[in-house]
Design a protein. Structure first.
Length: 466
């Protein structure tokens, strides 16, 4: 899953501090957000381009459509891990200063990480002659371990080649936001499956950033730290309507009000000394989303699946007793309607190859389009991520292993703050260029199934008796 609060520009934090606006500017700046979408976890689903709402037939179903858990017939444990390499290129930027056009050197930030993504324990049993499935799971919704360095220089477009200014940034972020889920799914009939998951959101993350801006006449340094905590809860409600050759899935992720607490420390050569702020306690409204999926099986070995999910990102706003913060968008500090809602689309295909040894080797491919709730204030362009995926695996007996690779890309015209005086004067960003994102992801899932009968005997003894 994409990080919730990725590589921020510390100068936006400085703007928030010195202009008495929200001190969490670094964490919600549209300029630093490189990926923001609530996604499920699972290598099979990722190999299908993320199109899993109408399929949802393994333990990771709780993160896509909890109704799918009712299809599991054996107790099982599962584990999912993900590796990500993320590149953001800033190219062909030009800025205007004192009536002169200055070219900004290209820069790139790169981050690589591995994270445990999902772990679960699932127990099916019979109730009224139908399948009832219980599950406990933990999902890393947003892994926020980021390290990035960036250096950019300004030189006149014409005339002398003397450097006008130089920006160096070092940013480190560590922590995560996890979901602790308890789910139940029931086979209402041969055609209808229902499921619900209760999710407890818990996030803890820290940010450290240092920046140095050097011009021919002065050097400005900034050091910034922030400590954050987020807590909330919501529900995933799911339905699957299935037939022999097709199935329809619907999932609703309810919105919720989260408790958010943060404290910050700022040190800058503009105002010597360390300035602590907080801790502050506020609220954050997390938006609801609705997904619909359709799966078609043209033959015993083939599966074609697609889904769309609509998320009300425009309603993601702060709830605070501070008038300057209350009602502001999580993404752009605005109380208006610039933050768009987003509809993601996913498409996937799978072919099952059966070997002579009763093993199953799947071959998968998928595509997705994921608009982000980020619109640049200067260019008006929204960030849209496109992804292509390939996947395979191996299943024999009670053991299953899946692997998926996804390549993502995005390109848009965007603006940047490149000098502190732009921020302190409250002027819009004066540098515009091309933002290019490239991302490589590798997902690995492992599932092991157990004999159902011992589990049924234990549950019968605990809840029914002799």
């Amino acid at each position: 899953m994409p990080t919730l609060l990725p590589r921020p520009l510390v100068f936006l934090a400085l703007a928030g501090m010195l202009q008495a606006q929200s001190p969490i500017g670094t964490l919600i700046s549209e300029q630093s957000r490189t990926n923001f979408a609530v996604q499920g976890a699972g290598a099979r689903a990722m190999g299908l381009g993320g199109a899993f709402i109408a399929v949802a037939d393994d333990a990771t179903a709780v993160s896509f459509n909890p109704a799918g858990l009712a299809q599991l017939l054996q107790p099982e444990v599962s584990f999912v891990a993900r590796g990500v390499q993320h590149h953001v290129n800033y190219q062909d930027f030009e800025t205007t200063r004192q009536g002169r056009v200055l070219a900004v050197s290209d820069a790139v930030t790169t981050n690589t990480r591995w994270d445990p993504l999902f772990v679960s324990a699932t127990a099916p049993l019979r109730l009224g002659g139908r399948n009832l499935v219980l599950q406990l799971s933990i999902q890393r919704a947003f892994a926020q371990n980021e390290d990035s360095d960036r250096a950019m220089a300004e030189t006149p477009v014409s005339g002398t080649l003397a450097e006008e200014g130089h920006l160096v940034q070092n940013i480190n972020q560590s922590g995560q936001i996890d979901l602790y889920s308890a789910a139940v799914a029931y086979e209402v009939s041969q055609r209808i499956l229902l499921g619900v998951a209760y999710n407890r959101w818990r996030g803890r993350w820290d940010l450290d950033s240092t920046s140095t801006w050097t011009s021919p006449t002065a050097t400005t340094q900034v050091a910034y730290r922030q400590f954050n905590a987020l807590d909330g809860d919501n529900f995933n409600l799911g339905l699957i309507w299935r037939w022999p050759t097709w199935s329809l899935g619907i999932v609703r992720r309810t919105g919720f009000h989260a408790d958010y607490t943060f404290s910050t420390y700022l040190a800058t050569s503009l105002a010597p000394g360390v300035r602590p702020f907080g801790p502050f306690a506020t609220g954050l409204h997390w938006p609801a989303s609705t997904g619909v999926g359709f799966a078609y099986r043209p033959g015993n070995h083939w599966l074609v699946t697609s889904d769309v999910t609509h998320t009300l990102w425009s309603s993601m706003r702060y709830m605070s007793s501070r008038a300057s913060l209350n009602g502001q968008s999580f993404f752009d500090f605005d109380k208006g309607d610039r933050t768009p809602n987003a509809t993601t689309a996913h498409l996937g295909v799978e072919y099952l190859w059966l070997t002579e040894g009763d093993a199953v080797i799947p071959l998968r491919a998928g595509l997705s389009r994921e608009p982000q709730p980020v619109v640049d204030a200067q260019t008006g362009e929204q960030r849209v991520l496109y992804r292509a995926s390939l996947g395979s695996g191996f299943k024999r007996g009670n053991t299953g292993l899946d692997l998926a690779y996804r390549y993502g890309w995005s390109r848009r015209q965007a603006s940047q703050f490149l000098a502190i005086d732009q921020i302190l004067s409250r002027t819009p960003p004066a540098s515009v260029g091309t933002e290019r994102i490239r991302e490589h992801r590798l997902d690995l899932s492992f599932i092991y199934k157990f004999d159902r009968r011992p589990m049924e005997r234990v549950l019968h003894y605990l809840f029914v008796g002799d």
